[in-house]
Design a protein around this ligand. Structure first.
Ligand code: FMN
Length: 251
């Protein structure tokens, strides 16, 4: 492995929100979790547990929790987005949800954190609830990212599905999957073979984010620049969501 190979992998990993129906081998799921197992975690706490779902009925049950049937155009996401600052609002068609066709994904992996592992963190961390939570969540985030990278090496597409962690969904999922009280859902990855190609990524330029030794005032983005970027990146993200929903999109 050299830097070029590594960077190639990092660039190749992209969010894909629609999958081919083809099943994925169990061995691939095992390999993805094996990679996640090696992620760095605070004080080597390894707080993770993985729930793999391939059973069609159970997948449908999960989907019913995170995407309950609603009247057309009335998703909670859309309603809330309509409340954001007018300058950053995006034109959307009402049927567009941020998490599109992942319900057809051949496999879902839910990543859970075992809160009991926080006991093993150093006292200086345990004394501060914010730091404790940050170390615990960062550890889970590392494992989660490793899963996405491992999936990429296997030619699989993956999507983050954060709505599993909303308080209401979290409780219903725990009940459905018989998850013990001490465990918390972190996030869900939907996995499958990609049904379309990702668009080039909108990226902030490298030289505008690196500060050598000191952060000088001219390096600091103005409020207008930040807002301009927010507008552009939100338009880019919503366009990607549309690709996830548009079944005619293959390239
Ligand atoms: C913490 C986190 C949460 C995310 N949650 C979601 C999500 O719930 N639904 C979704 O479609 N994408 C989600 N994403 C994917 C981002 O939208 C995506 O990474 C970003 O638009 C950049 O695109 P890329 O993954 O193709 O590089 C999430 C990403 C991160 C890092």
């Amino acid at each position: 492995m050299n830097y070029e190979n590594f960077l190639e992998l990092v660039k190749k990993r992209r969010s894909i929100r629609r999958f081919k129906p083809d099943p994925i081998p169990d061995e691939y799921v095992d390999r993805i979790i094996e990679a996640a197992r090696w992620a760095p975690s605070g004080f080597n706490s390894q707080p993770w547990e993985f729930v793999v779902i391939k059973d069609k009925k159970l997948k449908d049950d999960v989907m019913r929790i995170i995407r309950p049937p609603r009247p057309a155009g009335a998703s909670g996401f859309s309603k809330l987005e309509d409340m954001c600052e007018p300058w950053m609002r995006q034109k959307r068609q009402p049927w567009l949800d941020p998490e599109m066709e992942y319900q057809n994904a051949p496999a879902l992996i839910l990543l859970f954190g075992d809160t009991r592992t926080q006991l093993g963190l150093p006292m200086v961390v345990r004394c501060d609830p914010h730091i404790k939570q940050s170390i615990y969540l960062s550890s889970l985030a590392n494992a989660f990212l490793y899963m996405h990278l491992a999936a990429t090496t296997l030619g699989l597409a993956s999507q983050w599905v954060s709505s599993v962690a909303s308080p209401y969904n979290h409780c219903l999922l725990k009940n459905l999957l018989h998850i013990p009280n001490e465990m918390e859902v972190y996030d869900m990855i939907a996995l499958g073979y990609p049904a379309y190609k990702s668009r080039p990524k909108l990226m902030r330029p490298l030289d505008k984010m690196v500060h050598r030794d000191y952060f000088s005032e001219e390096d600091f983005r103005t409020d207008e620049e930040v807002r301009d970027f927010i507008k552009k990146t939100r338009a880019w993200v919503f366009a990607n969501h549309r690709r996830g929903a548009d079944k005619n999109m293959v390239g």
